[in-house]
Write a protein that binds this ligand. Structure first.
Ligand code: SAM
Length: 230
């Protein structure tokens, strides 16, 4: 049975508003690349982590989703930022954020040929890196003002064992301390997880709210801030 919480989250007036606002810039972005060349990427359609990822060939739909995300995050009116997008996939969010003047690096799994080809096609700088629990990330050159991650899978989501608070805390401490500029923010869009019948284990939600001053936009989207030094 479709889950009511998930449906209500998708039907929020705010989502509709930003989706409407995204329509025109999406058309602009649709005209920014050669669609005949884009379709040639279909030859890599099986060289990806999950058959579901073929959905990303629907460029208009996914560009619109990502322009909506960028507008929701006010990337169209903020100063140019250095952004890290974790699990960048086809590169649509970095592509949209770059359109609004930001300098974006993506990271995604090293072995995903389709994502690599798609990012190359869109001229998105996507680096190979697999996030592992309790393992600090290497430096990607610069520090970031903003870290984003949409429809997160790096947290054990696929394996059905979503990270508990200790793993999130390690990951976020490393991010804020070693990879971000002062005043930097982290934005997470969680995936629905059927194992826990929710988006986040309760101890993770508590960690986000207390230590990282998490601002929730609905149950699945959270803005996090650096913890206060004691
Ligand atoms: C559901 S897709 C979301 C893609 C994109 N962010 C979006 O919202 O359309 C999850 C992404 O996370 C990547 N991913 C999964 N596990 C990862 C890990 N351990 N480290 C880095 N990326 C990972 C996948 O390859 C995939 O691109």
């Amino acid at each position: 049975m479709p889950n009511l919480k998930r449906i209500l989250d998708k039907l929020s007036p705010k989502t509709f508003y930003y989706d409407w606002k995204a329509r025109q810039p999406t058309e602009h972005l649709m005209h920014s690349f050669d669609h005949v060349e884009f379709k040639k990427l279909l030859k890599y359609k099986d060289d990806t982590g999950h058959p579901q990822y073929r959905k990303y060939f629907n460029a208009r739909y996914w560009l619109r989703q990502n322009v909506r995300r960028a507008l929701l995050l006010k990337l169209n009116i903020t100063r140019p930022m250095k952004i890290l997008d974790i699990g960048a996939g086809f590169g649509y969010f970095p592509y949209a954020a770059h359109f609004y003047g930001h300098d974006v690096i993506g990271i995604d799994l090293p072995d995903d040929v389709l994502f690599k080809k798609a990012c190359d096609f869109l001229k998105v700088d996507c680096r190979d890196y697999r996030i592992e629990p309790m393992t600090p990330m290497p430096s990607f050159g610069d520090r970031f003002d903003f870290v984003t991650a949409f429809q997160i899978c790096f947290n054990g989501h696929i394996e059905g064992a979503p990270w508990e608070a200790d793993k999130w805390d390690f990951f976020l401490e490393d991010l804020f301390k070693n990879h971000m500029n002062e005043g930097g923010r982290v934005y997470l869009e969680m995936n629905w997880n059927s194992t826990i019948q929710g988006w986040l284990p309760a101890n993770v939600e508590a960690l986000f709210k207390t230590k990282y001053k998490g601002q929730f936009d609905g149950p699945a989207r959270i803005m996090l801030f650096a913890p206060v030094e004691k």
